[in-house]
Design a protein around this ligand. Structure first.
Ligand code: HEC
Ligand code: HEC
Length: 187
């Protein structure tokens, strides 16, 4: 895909996705999130590289993903099971809890990260200048490289659906993915 098409995509997505606000109750979220802590950490920083950090993640993005797992629009056997019985209020409360925590940067292979720095420029238009995320665009900074790489491969294979990300990941080689995700993990 050429840069012009990418910029059009970026602009149209940015204007489409309004910045919705949520009224989740973080204290209620903490007591509802007990079942999540074993995998994602009690403060939302996980120790397993395939379990994403949730700390500091965008509230709107967390709400979207939990709703998508619950409604079987994002396929993952573990998470569909975990989200199955959550109400919309539970989801907003849990999202408020994890988004309020501080991300512990997962880190990444320094040599690969150095090579990925320039390639990651194409991601900042949507994911924020420091990959900190914005509304429905997830924070990628400090996320586990192995988790990010798995998601990019899932988009590329069409197993995870999002028109923008499917188009962008189609242009990334396995080497690009390894380098960019190592860099993002170090932020
Ligand atoms: C048994 C381990 C396990 C438990 C327990 C668990 N998760 Fe997950 N979670 C995962 C895995 C693995 C993924 C990545 C799924 C994938 O690869 O698409 C994930 C993904 C997520 C995501 C998507 C994050 C992103 O960056 O897109 C959210 C949000 C999430 N989990 C929230 C929760 C919540 C809330 C709970 C508790 C109600 C919970 N999880 C319990 C393993 C777990
Ligand atoms: C046109 C806007 C746009 C651009 C440019 C973009 N992304 Fe995304 N990205 C998104 C959106 C929107 C989502 C959330 C998709 C969803 O809701 O499932 C996303 C999700 C992701 C995810 C999943 C994160 C998670 O926690 O599961 C990864 C990984 C990702 N993007 C990596 C990248 C990388 C790497 C680049 C640059 C090569 C990039 N993105 C460029 C819009 C964009």
């Amino acid at each position: 895909m050429n840069t012009k098409i990418v910029s059009i995509l970026v602009l149209s997505l940015c204007s489409l996705l309004s910045l919705q606000t949520f009224a989740g109750d973080s204290a209620a979220g903490q007591s509802k999130a007990g079942a999540c802590f074993g995998c994602h950490g009690s403060e939302g920083n996980s120790t397993n590289p395939l379990y994403p950090n949730l700390a500091g993640q965008q509230t709107a993005y967390l709400v979207n993903q939990l709703t998508a797992f619950r409604d079987n629009k994002r396929a993952n056997p573990i998470m569909s099971g975990m989200a199955k019985s959550l109400s919309d209020t539970d989801i907003e409360d849990i999202a408020a809890y994890f988004s309020g925590k501080t991300t512990k940067s997962a880190g990444g292979d320094p040599a690969l990260a150095k090579l990925g720095a320039a390639k990651a420029n194409q991601c900042f238009g949507c994911h924020g200048g420091k990959a900190q995320g914005r509304g429905q665009f997830p924070k990628l900074a400090g996320q586990h490289p192995a988790y990010l790489a798995k998601q990019l491969s899932n988009f590329k294979a069409g197993e995870r659906k999002n028109p923008g990300m499917q188009a962008i990941s189609a242009n990334l080689s396995d080497t690009d993915i390894a380098e960019i995700t190592a860099f993002l993990g170090t932020l």
